[in-house]
Ligand binder design. Sequence first.
Ligand SMILES: NC(=O)c1ccc[n+]([C@@H]2O[C@H](COP(=O)([O-])OP(=O)(O)OC[C@H]3O[C@@H](n4cnc5c(N)ncnc54)[C@H](O)[C@@H]3O)[C@@H](O)[C@H]2O)c1
Length: 405
Amino acid sequence: MKNVKLIDSGRKSWEWASSHMGIISTIVNERISYKPLKGVRLGLSLHITKETSVLVMAAINLGCKVSLCSANPLSVQEDIVAFLSSAGVKVHAWKDETEREYSDNLKQVLEYHPQIVTDDGSNLHVMAHKSKTVGILGGTEETTSGITRLKALEKNGKLQYPVIGVNEARTKHLFDNRYGTGQSTLTGIIRITNVLIAGKHIVVCGYGHVGRGVAARARGMGAIVTVVEVDALKALEAYMDGYYVKKIDQVVQNGDIFITCTGQTHVITEKHFRRMKNGVILANAGHFDNEIDVEKLFSNSNGNHSVREYLDCFHMNGRKIFLLSKGRVVNLVGGEGNPPEVMAMSFANQLLCIIHIFQNHKKMQKKVFSVPEKIDSTVANLSLKYLQIGIDKLSPAQRKYGKSY
Ligand SMILES: NC(=O)c1ccc[n+]([C@@H]2O[C@H](COP(=O)([O-])OP(=O)(O)OC[C@H]3O[C@@H](n4cnc5c(N)ncnc54)[C@H](O)[C@@H]3O)[C@@H](O)[C@H]2O)c1
């Protein structure tokens, strides 16, 4: 009975997300008559959210058979699992998986013998390489950190199939990473803690696509924002955008909330914990749970306890340090992930790239490819059309202008 209720709830969430992701329906409707992915086995490791269910249902409507696991052990929305399972998807995921269960679920997807692998973070791609899974024609990768790992495999001559880095599309990283993660990170922090953002001193580590979005939304809600960077250009950009820019050591004692958005490891660690103020809140928006050195937080504290779900308190020399979502992506664990409007763009890229790689894999080298420009501009144009926004065209004279020197 519980499961039936969950299926219904998941279906309603899928409908809600679909109604904000119209460009996915357009892409499906234009291709449904000839089903370009007919019979293709698709292996997915993605955050299991209502937005992901829109991508999965679209792939099914274009002919795919799908096996799915989660890209993160804590980010699974169980009503979506129930709904997708009822629609015939082989789902291997549940909320709060242990590390072992998470890894077993990745294995299950590979045992489905996927022809195309679509991943977020590249744990599935890496496992496919380590286990020497055969029969994979190509893949796609959703996020910055996942592409970094695949490029390392390519550089070492180990990449076994072509992969398209979907994050490289401008219609992905300029919107999903910035506006989507910017908003949903603040949502995640607020949902877990309900603290007031106005007046808080928020330290944003990393001023890439995600960091820019997080800093903008934090400032918009009245926070005083300091940016920490390692790249001179990004630091300068943050400064010109009107933020304080400091070394982490200069700001570590003053921050009320720290948000890591770097894709790097151990950005906040032992030496920082020791100097942080009483009551400080630590949150991570980067893909992996290593940006805040959680192990050192455990080993350096004199005890810890859970305050409420995904809010843990660590005692350190008479001070309290609060860690959100166990150091994992706060927008997906504490919130529902990125809003459907931006995931429509990301997943439109995914869907078109899955079709592209299935149709072209024989001609493609074993490399990490950017999203073809044609796909990126198709997604931009479809998005504008969906938003009923018209843009001008260059006149013939303007097209010639500057070409005759
Ligand atoms: N939570 C989500 O929904 C979501 C969405 C998109 C991307 N991501 C993840 O967020 C992370 C960042 O993605 P991005 O697209 O912004 O990447 P990016 O490469 O555009 O930006 C990362 C920035 O961090 C800076 N940086 C690196 N090490 C640092 C350090 N030690 N201290 C301070 N700054 C440092 C880099 O110079 C860079 O400017 C990645 O792990 C990515 O996979 C998460």
